[in-house]
Ligand binder design. Structure first.
Ligand code: HEC
Length: 147
């Protein structure tokens, strides 16, 4: 069973790598849509509109973390053109964009680390770890996404 799961994971990775080469814009938008959904569920719990659930919180954190690690791989040269809101600054100020990604990644890693096996124990614990992660959305969009 374990071996099958590993084989599937490897297959999924190689399929997504081939797909990435074809259409990085579609993939990076899908990753950001995942960010959007994870942020919405997080905000819902923080505002008390959705009852707090540690496993849901952990799922949101892990989804954000996965995006934070993958996202930088989908900006090959030339992908500033097309159906995209990626700012030309991503390529002009590559170091700045890398720094924004690194900050997002570091904070998402810290949230994942702090959330333990079963997720943050309560809403206060979740709020402490998720707030810095969510601060990256607007910060990066302000600099690197077109209106
Ligand atoms: C390091 C930079 C960076 C961070 C951090 C970041 N984004 Fe984005 N986001 C972008 C860029 C660049 C685009 C435009 C990509 C494109 O159109 O090709 C974008 C686009 C989006 C979109 C539109 C996707 C689409 O389908 O067109 C959503 C939704 C989104 N981001 C949500 C979020 C949320 C929520 C967070 C925080 C949890 C976040 N982003 C963090 C850079 C970032």
């Amino acid at each position: 069973m374990k071996r099958l799961a590993a084989a599937c994971a490897i297959l999924a990775l190689s399929v997504s790598a081939a797909y990435a080469a074809d259409d990085p814009i579609t993939i990076r938008k899908a990753l950001m849509d995942s960010n959007g959904a994870a942020a919405a569920v997080s905000a819902g719990m923080l505002k008390g509109e959705i009852p707090y659930n540690p496993l849901v919180a952990k799922e949101a954190i892990m989804a954000l973390r996965a995006v934070s690690h993958a996202y930088g791989s989908f900006f090959p040269a030339g992908s500033d053109k097309g159906n995209t809101k990626a700012s030309p600054k991503i390529w002009q100020d590559a170091a700045g964009f890398q720094a924004a990604l690194a900050k997002f990644r570091t904070e998402a890693d810290a949230a994942a680390e702090a959330s333990g096996k079963k997720g943050p124990a309560d809403l206060a614990a979740f709020k402490t770890v998720i707030t810095p992660v969510l601060g990256n959305c607007a910060a990066c969009h302000r600099n690197y996404r077109l209106k």
